[in-house]
Design a protein around this ligand. Structure first.
Ligand code: HEC
Length: 143
């Protein structure tokens, strides 16, 4: 098991080293499999920086998963994995602040937790959408 993991890790480090970087792909650190963008840092697919962690807490506190699914895959609301590939950050903030009431998306204007963490919420969901954050439940990265 451990040996397999080591081989896999060594292989992925080599792959990252040799692969032509896709312009849109998040920058990869060759050392520890960390993904660092201007928005978030994630290590091993689930350990995230403090701000991104706050985004996840806001996601939980607001129970967005009731409508968008526990893994952001979509339920009565659309998949945010898909949405965040196209939705701009400004539009993201607008839809969460104002809602789209006639379409079933509520406004979170009165939620202090959500309003104070709009950027963090965006970072968390963008990381999920990019595929850099590999599972919905994240943990805070200890530095
Ligand atoms: C009561 C159900 C419900 C809850 C709770 C909810 N949403 Fe939504 N959301 C929806 C629906 C339905 C839509 C689709 C609206 C439309 O068709 O334009 C939507 C749309 C969105 C969109 C726009 C997607 C796009 O492609 O345009 C975003 C982003 C979003 N929600 C994020 C969130 C976040 C973040 C939370 C928690 C803070 C949340 N939603 C909570 C139902 C919900």
């Amino acid at each position: 098991m451990r040996f397999t993991w080591l081989v896999a890790a060594a292989f992925s480090v080599a792959a990252v080293g040799f692969a032509q970087q896709d312009q849109n792909a998040p920058a990869q650190s060759e050392k520890d499999g960390a993904v660092k963008t201007g928005l978030y840092t994630v290590v091993e697919g689930y350990k995230v920086d403090r701000a991104t962690m706050m985004g996840f807490r806001a996601w939980r506190a607001a129970a967005c998963d009731r409508c968008h699914g526990a893994n952001q895959q979509g339920l009565v609301g659309p998949s945010l994995i898909d949405s965040l590939k196209v939705l701009s950050k400004d539009d993201f903030k607008k839809v969460i602040t104002e809602g789209r009431l006639e379409k079933g998306m509520m406004s979170f204007k009165s939620s202090k937790m959500v309003m104070e963490n709009l950027d963090n919420l965006y970072a968390y969901l963008k990381g999920r959408s990019d595929g850099a954050i590999k599972r919905a439940k994240v943990e805070e990265l200890k530095e």
